[in-house]
Design a protein around this ligand. Structure first.
Ligand SMILES: [Zn+2]
Length: 279
C-alpha cells in the first residue's frame, strides 16, 4: 500500500505534469469510485476548470481547482499515467481526464479500491475525508505535549496507536516499525507506559524517517511502485522492516517478525526489549 512518502512522490510528479492544464472532459468507467457526488455532477464541475495546484494531506492527494478540490486516495494499487489522447484504454484505467491540450491523465487501479471525493474548500476541515486526521509527522503541530496528551490515558499498544490516523496522519506499517526500532521501543509497549524520552524519540524519529523516505521517493515493498516510473529507494535504508532472520544493524541480534494489532511487525528483541507493565 502506498504510504505518505510514496503519495508525496506522486504529488510532486503530478505537480510538474498537470498543474496549469485545463480539463475538457472526464470519463468514469467505475462509478463506485466517485463517492460523494454523482458522475454527472463531477463532469459538470470539472469541465473547463484548470488544475491550480497539487496538494496532499496524509495519504490523500488533492487536485486544487480554486474553490474546491478533487480528493484522490490511491488505497492499495492506484496509479496515475499521462497518455496520448488516442492511446487505447487499459481495462484497469477507471477514470480518464481529458485535457484541452490533447493529452489525458488516467487513473489506473487493478484492485479498484481507490476513491475520489469532490470537496468545497470550506468543507475540508470539518466535512471531508481529511476531517479529524492528526498532524503529519513533520508538522510543527506534532509536539511533545500534543502526543503525550493523546497517548497518556491509552492502554493500547504503541504500534496501533501510531497507526491511528487521528493521532498522526500518514505513518503506515513500514514506517512505524522503523520509528519504533530507532526509538528502541517494543511495539507492544502500552502507551500509558511510555516515558517522556520515548515520546520525544517517537516524534524525532518520525520526522527523520518520513523526511528521508520522501527525499528518496518512498519505498517499494511488495508490489507498489509509484506512478509515472518513479520508484522509491527508501527500501534500501530500512533497518528492521522486512529484515526477518537478518542481523540487527546495531547489536547483531537476529531480527524477528511477529504480529501486533493484526499487522506484520519486525523488531530486534534486544534493542526493543519488552518492559514490565506498570501497575
Ligand atoms: Zn538490536
Amino acid at each position: 500500500m502506498p504510504e505518505l512518502p510514496e503519495v508525496e512522490t506522486v504529488r510532486r510528479t503530478l505537480s510538474k505534469l498537470v498543474v496549469g492544464r485545463t480539463i475538457r472532459d472526464v470519463d468514469v468507467f467505475l462509478e463506485k469510485m466517485i463517492r460523494n457526488v454523482d458522475v454527472d455532477e463531477l463532469k459538470r464541475r470539472l469541465e473547463g476548470r484548470t488544475i491550480q495546484k497539487m496538494d496532499r494531506y496524509g495519504k490523500h492527494l488533492m487536485f486544487d481547482f480554486g474553490a474546491f478540490v478533487l480528493m484522490s486516495h490511491l488505497r492499495m494499487e492506484g496509479k496515475y499515467f499521462l497518455r496520448a489522447l488516442d492511446a487505447p484504454r487499459d481495462k484497469h484505467e477507471h477514470v480518464i481526464f481529458y485535457f484541452t491540450d490533447g493529452e489525458t491523465l488516467r487513473y489506473h487501479d487493478t484492485r479498484q479500491f481507490g476513491t475520489f471525493d469532490l470537496i468545497d474548500k470550506d468543507d475540508l476541515p470539518s466535512n471531508s475525508p481529511i476531517a479529524g486526521l492528526g498532524p503529519e509527522p513533520y508538522s510543527e503541530d506534532l509536539t511533545y505535549r500534543y502526543l503525550r496528551d493523546k497517548l497518556k490515558h491509552k492502554t493500547v499498544a504503541v504500534k496501533p496507536a501510531l497507526l491511528d490516523q487521528s493521532i498522526i496522519a500518514g505513518l503506515g506499517n513500514i514506517y512505524v516499525d522503523e520509528v519504533l526500532f530507532r526509538s528502541r521501543i517494543h511495539p507492544e509497549t502500552s502507551c500509558a507506559d511510555l516515558k517522556p524520552k520515548d515520546i520525544k524519540a517517537i516524534i524525532h524519529n518520525s520526522k527523520v524517517v518520513i523526511e528521508r523516505a520522501i527525499e528518496l521517493g518512498g519505498s517499494s515493498v511488495r508490489s507498489y511502485t509509484a506512478s509515472l516510473g518513479v520508484t522509491g529507494r527508501f527500501q534500501n535504508e530500512l533497518l528492521v522492516h522486512t529484515k526477518v532472520d537478518e542481523a540487527c544493524p546495531i547489536c547483531q541480534t537476529t531480527i524477528i517478525k511477529t504480529k501486533v494489532g493484526g499487522r506484520g511487525t519486525y523488531l530486534c528483541p534486544r534493542c526493543q526489549k519488552k518492559r514490565r507493565k506498570r501497575r
